[in-house]
Each structure stands twice: as C-alpha cells, then as structure tokens.
Design a protein. Structure first.
Length: 194
C-alpha cells in the first residue's frame, strides 16, 4: 500500500534572502515580471507616470517607465513637475479659458443686475431709483386691493342663471332657506373659495 503524500498547499514564503543561486534567479525573474505588470496596471488605471529601475543579482539592469523612463528621471532629478512643455501649455490654455468664462459670467451678472435694479438691496439704490420703486409699490398695492375687492364681490353675488329652458335641461336651483346655517357653515369646503 502506497502512502499518499498530502500537499501543504500554497504557503507564505518567508521574506529572507534566498541562499540557492538557481532559486534566486528564478524568483527574481518571476517577481520582476509581476512588479512590471503591477506598475503597468497602475499607469493604465490611474494615469500615473511611473519609473522602476532594478539591478539584478547577476548585475544586469532592468527598467520600466511610463510614458518614458528618461523623461520621468529628468523630472525627478530637476525637481520640476511641469517639465513637460505640452502639459504646461495645456494647463495654461485651460486656465485662460476658465478666466474668460468667469469674466463673461461677471458681465452677464452685472447686466442682469442693471436690468433688475429693484431686486438689489434698498441701501444700494440712489434717490431716483427709490422714488420709482415707491411709486411702483404703491401702484402694485392698489392693483392688489382692486383684485381683492373684485374677488369679494364675485364671491358674495349669487350666480345668475339666465339660460332658457330647453328639452332635457335642468331647471335652475331654487335656494331653500330651511337648510341655511347663518353661523358660517363651510358647506363641505374646508378652505376659502378663492
């Protein structure tokens, strides 16, 4: 009867320098490929610019850079984040467009305020504008009073039914005083009539 060897499965590798030279080379090449793949994914997902330089145990140099390792190293050594002239020009053009948009918005706001001067705070109006505002408010008050009076008169007048009787027509309603409530019944309505 043969004994079945049970696998321990995938286990965590202790982080220490590998002593066996061939294992060291294999591990280095696998991990290097994985590191470059992760850096590439980071560039693709986030738009990051990355540079990786690796010196192998065999004294070889491996590098990865996106978009170009030379430009990233130059930026790092110069400590100048805007070395890329194209990006700087794009940024300046965008800034200029936003400034123009802000100025246009300010002009529109000022033009609207000139047209609707009555919406400005009273403290900011001159004497002529205050007099015009006073007359306008008085006229508005009179119009509102007239409209309120008309609504009260219409509500107090009984509707006039002057339509002649025709075949199938409903005769006008005759009010009966027996069901009238002088105490102010709402007759099924909870609110005002207007």
């Amino acid at each position: 009867m043969a004994t079945v060897r049970k696998s321990k499965g995938r286990q965590r590798i202790e982080i220490a320098k590998i002593k066996n030279e061939s294992n060291l080379q294999v591990t280095f090449s696998k991990r290097r490929a994985g590191l470059f793949k992760k850096a590439s994914e980071l560039c693709t997902l986030c738009g990051a610019e990355t540079a990786i330089i690796i010196f192998s145990p065999g004294k070889k140099i491996y590098s990865f850079g996106h978009p170009c390792i030379e430009s990233i190293i130059d930026r790092f050594l110069a400590r100048n984040p805007f070395l890329n002239a194209g990006a700087l020009q794009l940024f300046q053009a965008h800034l200029e467009a936003e400034k123009k948009r802000g100025e246009a918005l300010d002009k529109t706001t000022k033009a609207f305020q000139r047209q609707c001067w009555w919406a400005a705070p009273v403290e900011e109006l001159n004497m002529e504008q205050l007099q015009v505002l006073k007359v306008s408010l008085e006229m508005l008050r009179k119009k509102v009073e007239r409209q309120a009076d008309n609504l009260i008169i219409e509500a107090s007048e009984p509707p006039a039914f002057s339509a002649p009787y025709s075949v199938g027509a409903i005769p006008p309603h005759e009010p009966q005083t027996a069901g009238f409530d002088p105490q102010g019944s709402t007759f099924g309505f909870d609110g005002p009539f207007f």
